[in-house]
Ligand binder design. Structure first.
Ligand code: NDP
Length: 612
């Protein structure tokens, strides 16, 4: 966003000078400069309520002054699976405290649903899982407010920030459900819900600034306006490296772990962390900024009426990149979303598309397995300008992979375990953006942009008193390799149990010799394997778990933590059901009691999942 006389206190000349300067700065320089300016005016009294200034109803940024308005207590709740919603909630909590608000921050599962009737202002930040489900720690509150015992919430105020991924059908569904239900129960919206796509930073800033603005109002009102957004979310959250400031890691090793004849290609990638000055923990992820396949970019440019070198606008702020560069690194081109189709209706001016896109069901079916090239071929744009592409395309999301190495064991390196995604659809071969880039186009000696994405909900004990049960078929085994490396580094033996599964023993036994060595050396106490395609009947990890039902229950009763990592759609659901069966069988519980038991384990962080 650019400054001008209507959205800032500067005259035209000053605004132009500042815009020129800002456009030449890196995000780090901007953060430094803002700190410098704050420090330099520290002694000066603030002339206005300076940090929330209103112009034409626009909340411009945060207030550092105590408001004279009596502040109502705020309850800030988050529902988070991978830590994004939690990170935002912690950041917002800190900001609200700095602004002198009385605010109580809690994970939803640490909040007693019955206390809902006692809250005054309720702020919710929540993600959505796979098929529109609430994250694990949001389930109880979600069910409570949707159940018969939900209280009337007249007189309460609320606002919801929903995190999600536009490529999923039930985009931000959990946030939407909370928003609808709280309103239905009588609470008043303090500020409208914002639905964020994977690139959530700017929208989250907007929500936070407007919520603060609304909280500062004497009476509640819904601020609809845009705010000046900063890179605050990212720079405050990611202390070291981030999407805006990745670390360029040299590739040391890139090998296929599967043997000849396998149906799979699983890459083991080792990256150097020289002068990294950051750390990671077992359970954390490595975020990679990927590039689109050059062949796909070339094919797309051939179908567009613009030259590869044309400079095009890539965002609202007016930043520019060449068409080539923007399609390679900045925009997502290999997936279609409902919102993309709706924008294409406006921008393409193609009557056929306009007519078809009136039906939601048509959009839902059409976007499945198709990409931008398909859309342009099927519905050639009549009117699109190069500078409008940014209105059509979303930013290329970073990809996150569970780290498969331990910082304690090997601080100068980080390893990941990545399954190459390749499939055919609508008559063309397709590939996963990042997994196939890593499999086919990244050689040792090259560098790739990365940063660490911490996962507060997938944490491992650093002692050998707590029994640890690890369930991870396929690439889901990655964090357990990291954990056993860590236990070796810390000399922690025993009390670990791994369930691993893949298709074939001979070709797909990922890290086979490492597990065997850890088993022989006592770092891994128990090890069960399930090769699904070596026998007539499929054998999966949950079949092994059932065989060990009694011992598994003993471990659980002795305080074990259960970890599940890997496929969300089928495996994680089946493993969950198997745990219920085991608890029913071994502890003579009813199905509901076994569910409650698992829910309690989740609350106590003794049942943790990283599923995708
Ligand atoms: P998979 O989970 O696909 O396969 C590992 C083993 O699990 C196989 O033996 C498979 O058997 C078995 N399996 C299949 N269904 C079940 C089930 N219901 N319960 C238990 N085991 C089952 O391993 P991958 O590492 O290939 O993929 C893991 C998941 O991650 C997949 O869902 C994949 O789509 C997803 N994913 C992977 C990415 C990556 O790393 N590139 C990126 C994004 C998502 P069989 O095949 O014989 O049925």
């Amino acid at each position: 966003m650019k400054l001008d006389v209507t959205n800032s206190p500067f005259n035209t000349e000053q605004a132009e000078q500042i815009n020129t300067l800002l456009s030449s700065l890196t995000p780090t320089q901007k953060v430094w400069l803002s700190g410098f300016i704050s420090a330099s005016i520290e002694q000066e009294p603030l002339q206005t309520s300076n940090n929330i200034q209103e112009k034409d109803g626009v909340a411009q940024s945060y207030s550092t002054e105590s408001s004279t308005v009596a502040k109502r207590p705020i309850t800030l709740l988050y529902g988070s699976e991978t830590g994004n919603a939690q990170g935002l909630a912690e950041l917002f909590h800190k900001r609200l405290i700095d602004l002198d608000f009385d605010v109580d921050l809690k994970a939803m599962d640490a909040f007693k649903p019955k206390n809902l009737k006692k809250v005054e202002d309720l702020l919710i930040i929540t993600s959505t899982q796979g098929e529109g489900d609430p994250p694990d720690n949001a389930v109880e509150l979600y069910e409570y407010i949707h159940g018969r015992k939900a209280p009337k919430l007249d007189g309460k105020r609320f606002s919801v920030l929903a995190l999600g991924d536009e490529t999923y059908e039930f985009f931000c569904q959990t946030g939407r459900d909370f928003d609808d239900k709280l309103s239905e129960l009588g609470a008043e919206r303090l500020y409208d819900r914002i639905d964020c796509d994977v690139d959530y930073e700017e929208d989250a800033e907007k929500w936070m600034a407007n919520v603060v603005h609304a909280l500062n109002e004497e009476t509640s009102s819904t601020a609809q306006s845009e705010v000046l957004v900063s890179e605050g979310v990212e720079s405050e959250q990611q202390q070291k490296y981030s999407k805006a400031h990745p670390y360029y890691a040299e590739v040391l090793e890139n090998i296929n772990l599967n043997g000849r004849g396998s149906n799979k290609e699983t890459r083991h990638i080792e990256l150097a962390l020289d002068d990294f000055n950051d750390t990671y923990e077992v359970g954390d992820c490595l975020a990679i900024l990927p590039q689109n396949d050059p062949k796909l970019v070339e094919a797309l440019i051939e179908r567009l009426p613009f030259d590869a070198e044309t400079l095009i606008q890539i965002n609202e702020a007016g930043d520019k990149l060449s068409l080539q560069e923007s399609l390679s690194e900045y925009f997502e081109i290999s997936k279609l979303t409902k919102s993309l189709i709706n924008h294409a209706v406006t921008l393409f001016n193609n009557d056929d598309l306009t007519e078809k896109a009136q039906q939601e069901d048509w959009i839902k079916t059409y976007i499945e397995g198709r990409d931008l090239i398909d859309l342009i071929e099927d519905f050639p744009p009549k009117t699109i300008e190069a500078d409008q592409l940014y209105q059509l395309l979303r930013k290329l999301p970073v990809r996150e992979y569970s780290i498969s190495s331990s910082y304690e064991f090997e601080p100068d390196e980080v390893h990941i375990t990545v399954g190459a995604v390749r499939y055919e659809s609508h008559g063309r071969e397709r590939s996963g953006v990042c997994s196939v880039q890593l499999a086919e186009r990244v050689e040792p000696g090259e560098t790739i942009p990365i940063y660490i994405k911490h996962n507060p909900n997938f944490k491992f004990p650093k002692n050998n008193d707590t029994p640890v049960i690890m369930i991870g078929p396929g690439t889901g085994v990655a964090p357990y390799r990291a954990y056993l490396q860590e236990r070796e580094a810390l000399e922690l033996k025993g009390n670990t149990w791994l369930f691993f599964g893949e298709q074939h023993f001979t070709t797909d036994f990922l890290y086979q010799t490492e597990w065997q060595n850890w088993y022989e050396d006592g770092y891994l106490e128990k090890f069960n394997i399930a090769f699904s395609r070596d026998t007539d009947e499929k054998v999966y990890v949950q079949h092994e778990m059932l065989k060990e039902s009694q011992t598994l229950n003993e471990w659980i009763e002795q305080g074990a933590i259960i970890y599940v990592c890997g496929d969300e759609k089928h495996m994680a659901k089946d493993v969950h059901q198997t745990l219920i069966t085991i608890l029913q069988r071994e502890q003579q519980l009813s199905e509901d009691e076994a569910e409650d038991y698992l829910r309690a384990l989740k609350r106590d962080k003794r049942y943790q999942r990283d599923v995708y």
